[in-house]
Write a protein that binds this ligand. Structure first.
Ligand code: PMP
Length: 451
């Protein structure tokens, strides 16, 4: 359709946008878990537009709600009132623990996390923020410091006052190369050493204590921000009990705890509607985006009335936040998630995927690890299982590109870019999952046959 796309891209688009695949994919249409290019070729979308399409591309019920609202009123700004906003915040808060009542609607994950940090600092009167290595929380200058992956850094100073705690990396481990398998997510590896189980939480916790000891004025932390499972970082998750202890330490030192649910929210992890629930913690502030709007720009911060009170003293404004169109989408997404029991489907299809992918891990030397929960799954590709060194980029891209050519789109993540990420729309079926595994299997066979 656009002969000169490459030229426009080179001439008129800033050169930082990552392009997936050697031959870039030009998309035409989306239907639920399927995407179509201009030649009519169909792809199973196993990445959901970066963990964003929650209920399905162009879901008919969502589209109907949008069309209805488009013909009535798009925009009003929050200086006027519109019933959608009130209906929506009522529905949204009903999914959260009862202490989280106060909602501020925005348009993206970065905006939500910006406000969360701002609230933490304002409420506590403190400045220092702790985030985890390997985390992704957003791209605004206020957040770049919390996004602790060098791949997302430029050579300019980022926000002050951010300290990085070690990420409890279940796969690589940090103490003697041992893994903690006593994890909150399904991990299909055998437990090597039962005594190490509790050590992982303890060791990582000691390291967090050191962050306090060496970097933070005593008793003056503003907050901790954490994803319930790190997404962009390559599906990395915390050992059991770790986050509970971390929350306690932060609170003892005067801070609040922020759960970034941008990827893990809305039932994607299967067992719970919110990712933080798998850790048994009660955050003070929860941020959300992506799946909340099924691809429509919508995000939210939800906090306690006490914390929200700090915004009383001045104006804090967002032109598009909570517009009638976004709220009509948000409402319908919640309805569809419930009606179609998509959280349960995430658990069912996710468990199937984890088990089947584990068979590939047992079969192929380059599949180092398979981990995740529900429909948030990582497959870490390595040179060999002895060293677990990341597979080099050329080989990774061969496997990944091959999957695309065979009709399956998979994401990519991790500090070394060697983790395949699977996070399809939550309407994906067992038959689709079987097809995805079959294609990955074939591309791994092709990889070894060609090498
Ligand atoms: N938090 C997490 C966990 C994310 O994965 C992302 C986006 N990848 C963000 C925040 C930022 O969201 P946005 O791109 O909508 O600003």
């Amino acid at each position: 359709p656009y002969e000169n796309i490459q030229k426009i891209k080179n001439d008129n688009i800033v050169p930082c946008i990552q392009q997936y695949y050697k031959k870039p994919l030009l998309l035409h249409e989306g239907k639920m878990q399927w995407l179509f290019d201009f030649e009519g070729k169909r792809y199973l979308d196993m990445f959901g537009g970066i963990v964003t399409v929650s209920v399905g591309h162009c879901h008919p019920k969502i589209n109907k709600a949008i069309h209805k609202q488009v013909d009535t009123l798009w925009h009003s700004t929050n200086i006027y009132q519109h019933p959608n906003l009130y209906k929506y915040v009522e529905e949204l808060t009903s999914t959260l623990p009862s202490h989280l009542k106060a909602v501020y609607l925005v348009n993206s994950g970065s905006e939500a996390n910006d406000l969360a940090l701002f609230l933490a600092r304002l409420y506590t009167g403190n400045f220092e923020i702790i985030s985890f290595r390997n985390a992704y929380h957003g791209m605004s200058p206020y957040l770049m410091g919390t996004t602790a992956l060098s791949t997302w850094r430029f050579n300019v100073p980022v926000s002050f006052g951010v300290h990085h705690a070690m990420v409890p990396d279940v796969f690589k481990g940090l103490w003697g190369g041992k893994y903690c398998r006593d994890s909150v997510v399904q991990t299909t590896r055998q437990c090597e050493c039962s005594t190490f189980r509790c050590q992982a939480t303890e060791n990582y916790y000691k390291q967090l204590e050191e962050v306090f000891m060496y970097s933070i004025p005593r008793g003056h932390v503003a907050g901790l921000i954490a994803e319930s499972i790190q997404g962009v970082g390559g599906i990395v998750h915390f050992p059991k009990g770790y986050l509970q202890k971390a929350y306690e330490l932060v609170r003892t030192n005067g801070g609040v705890c922020i759960a970034d649910e941008v990827q893990t929210g809305f039932g994607r992890t299967g067992d719970h509607f919110w990712g933080f629930q798998m850790h048994g913690v009660k955050p003070d502030i929860v941020t959300m985006a992506k799946g909340i709007g099924n691809g429509f720009p919508l995000g939210a911060v939800v906090t306690t009335p006490e914390i929200a009170e700090v915004l009383k003293h001045s104006s804090h404004f967002n032109t598009f936040g909570g517009n009638p169109l976004a709220c009509s989408v948000g409402l319908k997404v919640l309805e569809v998630l419930k009606e179609e029991d998509l959280q349960y489907n995430s658990k069912k299809v996710g468990t199937y995927l984890l088990n089947e992918l584990a068979k590939l891990r047992d079969k192929f030397e380059c599949v180092g690890d398979v981990r995740g929960k529900g429909l948030m799954i990582g497959v870490e590709l390595v040179k060999n299982k002895k060293t677990n060194e990341p597979l080099n980029a050329t080989d990774f891209v061969r496997i990944w590109d091959d999957c695309k050519d065979m009709g399956v789109l998979i994401g990519r993540g991790g500090i070394n870019g060697n983790v395949l990420r699977l996070a399809p729309p939550m309407c994906v079926t067992l038959a689709d999952a079987e097809f995805a595994v079959h294609v990955l299997h074939k591309s791994l066979l092709n990889f070894y046959n060609r090498s």
